[in-house]
Design a protein around this ligand. Sequence first.
Ligand SMILES: [Zn+2]
Ligand SMILES: [Zn+2]
Ligand SMILES: [Zn+2]
Length: 313
Amino acid sequence: MDTGTSIASVVVLATNQSMFASCGRYPYHKSCYRPKCDVCKNIVPSNPLGSLTNPFWKQESCPSHAHDGTPRCTCCFRFQPRGTKGYIDLHDANRKLCPECMDSAIMVTNKCQPLYAEIHQFYEGLHMPVNKRVPLLLVENEQLYAMVSNKSLDIKGVCVRYMESTINIVTKQHTTPEKRTRPFKLTLDNGIVSGILILFGLPRILTGFMIAHEMMHAWMNLSGYEPMSEEVEEGISQVMGHMWLECELSSSSSRNGRWSNYERKLGEFCKYQVEVSPCPIYGNGFRKAHQAVQKFGLKKTLQHMRRTGNFPF
Ligand SMILES: [Zn+2]
Ligand SMILES: [Zn+2]
Ligand SMILES: [Zn+2]
């Protein structure tokens, strides 16, 4: 499978900036140039830390907006420009969405079942079918974190194993948390995986990425893989999420027309974040897994992982 843009080229794009910036027609020597803030429209104050830049969206802002209460979208990380409206408070662990992310956000469990069915097909196409009885459920932040041991990571999904428990799932689009959930009993129907939980309120393309990632954990568990290091297990799961994004966003995809321009951009942002993540587990894990899959193919990489618990080099 064509995996497109290599990690190296993305990293270069993100770091190899020229010494000159241009403003209108005139080039400025970088050290003299100060950008205009996209949030408050003032010139970003001279600051030893420079401006708060978001290299993907090219948003420049004053460092102060990170802690002056300026709303920030929890999916694309863009700040709300002053004088604009429409950032939505999800009333869930302070999560907010910009209008563009809100446009395609999946808010309730039954709305993400068609996407789940498509990702089942994606795995079947790779000859890696996953038991269809594994329920896919949308939950609030607190419920999600109750199911994971490493609470310091930024978690948006989890594959629940060896657990029978009653959890609260999001079934109604409602602004107050009490009214939008109902209890759901997780059972060990297939003996190993009880369910896949995803954070509610993520844009459709990010929900799909998360499902593709968590489904890899489910597939490895149901296929009898021995427990592996976090770096290996998360790394290969990131590769599957990334691969699903590439398939969906590639110009040859039959489903190409179903994603809006913004969703495609957000999908590219998600890929970019996966590729450049500094996290030793998710970032390094992805880069090692991606390199192995590029070199040996997915099938051989998985065979090697099953035998040794590590990536082939
Ligand atoms: Zn500002
Ligand atoms: Zn957003
Ligand atoms: Zn994972």
